[in-house]
Ligand binder design. Structure first.
Ligand SMILES: Nc1nc2c(ncn2[C@@H]2O[C@H](COP(=O)(O)OP(=O)(O)OP(=O)(O)O)[C@@H](O)[C@H]2O)c(=O)[nH]1
Ligand SMILES: [Mg+2]
Length: 526
């Protein structure tokens, strides 16, 4: 049996951003020509796009892992890396995208609708782009960051104005083939149809779509015979047509009991409120089609039960998909229902038909939100401050922690964003642990507020922060004071010497001493 796939779990990941390049221009006679490292390219996105040709999710059942290409690395001489191309995954019309908890992320209805399932990671800036007046030749570049990674669930819910329901082999596919250009597989064994077939029907001025749903059996609403999955395709149609086999030779089957079984299954099926149409299946308009009246016994039986169905308040059509008898009346009756439904809908929502939608995943990516927030927590009875925000979390990923300059740049960015000030406000004190991001293995800093950014990496041994080991340079006023001290000491020494000279401690005068030195020098030179 061929596989029926209308629900798959996809593991999607955007491409990794390319790393920026550190490079310095070298020219003859210009040893340090300035930084010229190019930027890394962005990773590609994974995009779901509705494609008119695609009818099943089978392909993704076999290839559930989808990864978009990575961005290229930056290179010297200002060569920027190429962006990773977007990976476009074609999905059929009516694909509903959900997260693993069952929340609907997107409902892809029109051809061309798109859903960005995973965004590619940003490429890192090269050292040329990082140069500034303050930092003329950066000795670091930013790393590319990983793309989004997540699991999504795709569910196919056919969108047809009318759904054909009925027992296996009742002739649903035959009916679609007879009234539309669709050419589904038809055979005399049950469950021939595994994926709904869609057909477009033109009746007078009305054009509408009809879907045949795989055959239903008793217990379908509980999932028997994959019935639950099949019924999913009925959810979005505005009306149902019961196709009833009047020529079946199976024991215990007759048109009335067949109909009651299907009605019961429709009754038991709970409509998913996310499907767009919330009316219970049995409360939607329904028509009765008694099929195979080209078989004499069947025609007799159909005439016999017609009254019973009419007594229940249904419109009944006796047809043969083989001889095409009764089809015209049926297609016009279906058109009437569709028209009525469309009018009702137009009234309910008088908004115009929108253009294709492109859905982007929501998260904390929205611009309006605050750039970051800080949450005070406790760990081992010590306070811990958790900084949550797209930017700081991204910056951490962009930082090469083996490069002191890169770490310094990160500290500058944090300070500029106001993280330092906010930590003060929240009562952080020197030495408190600061964590960036929600993850448990997130980067931990010891907060040192006297420094810009105050970040000491815990990853490097404690107390080995290079910025702490800098030689302490005296300030201008301190140097001035030191100078004066030195001058004063000199003056004192001079006064002392003068006093000793007068007291006759020194016999040789300073001039004589100098002369003697000069004469001995001349002797040596000659
Ligand atoms: N004699 C006669 N046979 C028909 C008629 N309609 C369908 N059949 C036959 O009934 C069998 C089943 O037809 P399908 O159209 O495949 O039935 P289905 O309801 O789509 O069946 P599943 O896809 O298995 O649920 C085929 O052998 C058809 O040739 C009809 O009007 N007259
Ligand atoms: Mg069929």
């Amino acid at each position: 049996m061929a596989e029926f796939v209308d629900r798959v779990v996809l593991h999607v990941s955007g491409g990794h951003g390319g790393t920026g390049c550190v490079s310095v221009r070298r020219e003859k006679f210009k040893p340090l020509g300035g930084p010229n490292g190019g930027n890394g390219g962005n990773g590609g996105d994974v995009i779901l796009r509705v494609d008119g040709q695609s009818t099943t999710l089978l392909e993704y059942h076999h290839t559930p892992h989808q990864h978009a290409p990575n961005g290229d690395i930056g290179r010297g001489d200002l060569h920027h890396g190429f962006n990773g191309e977007s990976l476009i995954l074609s999905v059929p019309q009516g694909t509903v995208v959900k997260d693993k908890e069952g929340n609907v992320l997107a409902d892809l209805i029109r051809v061309g609708d798109e859903f960005v399932a995973a965004q590619g990671g940003q490429g890192g800036l090269g050292n040329a782009a990082l140069a500034s007046a303050k930092r003329k030749a950066p000795g670091f570049a930013l790393l590319g960051i990983p793309g989004d990674e997540r699991d999504i669930v795709l569910e196919l819910k056919s969108i047809a104005d009318i759904a054909l329901v009925g027992y296996p082999s009742a002739g649903k596919s035959s009916l679609i083939a007879a009234i539309s250009a669709a050419r589904p597989k038809i055979a005399d064994y049950p469950f021939t149809t595994l994926v709904p077939n869609l057909g477009v029907v033109q009746a007078g001025d009305t054009r509408y779509t009809v879907a045949d749903v795989p055959g239903l059996i008793e217990g379908a609403s509980d999932g028997k015979g994959l019935g639950h999955r099949f019924l999913r395709h009925v959810e979005r149609s505005s009306a149902l047509v019961h196709v009833i086999d009047c020529a079946t030779l199976e024991p215990n089957r007759d048109p009335i009991s067949d109909f009651e079984v299907i009605r019961g299954e429709l009754e038991n099926y709970e409509v998913d409120p996310t499907a767009g149409v919330t009316i219970p299946l049995n409360e939607r308009p329904q028509l009765i089609v008694l099929n195979k009246i080209d078989v004499p016994d069947a025609r007799e039986l159909a005439e016999f039960v017609r009254g019973d169905f009419e007594a229940k308040g249904f419109k009944v059509f006796e047809i043969s998909t083989a001889s095409h008898e009764g089809l015209r009346a049926l297609t016009f009756a279906m058109a009437e229902i569709v028209e009525a439904d469309r009018k009702a809908r137009k009234k309910a929502e008088s908004k115009p038909v929108e253009d294709n939608t492109v859905v982007r995943p929501k998260g904390f990516r929205s611009k309006k939100q605050k750039e970051f927030f800080i949450r005070r927590e406790e760990r081992n009875l010590e306070p811990l401050f958790r900084v949550i925000g797209e930017k700081p979390e991204k910056w951490i990923m962009q930082t090469d922690f083996n490069n002191d300059e890169a770490v310094g740049y990160l500290a500058d960015r944090f300070a500029k964003l106001g993280i330092e000030d906010e930590l003060y406000k929240q009562g952080a004190r020197a030495g408190d642990a600061v964590v960036i991001g929600e993850a448990n293995d997130a980067v931990v800093f010891d907060w040192e507020p006297t420094m810009v950014g105050g970040a000491e990496m815990l990853a490097s041994p404690r107390g080995t922060d290079v910025r702490l080991e800098e030689v302490i340079r005296p300030s201008r006023s301190e140097r001035k004071a030191q100078y004066h001290d030195r001058m004063d000491a000199k003056a004192e020494a001079r006064a002392e010497l003068e006093a000793e000279r007068q007291a006759g401690v020194w016999t040789e005068s300073v001039d004589e001493k100098a002369k003697a030195k000069n004469s001995s020098k001349n002797e040596q030179n000659s």
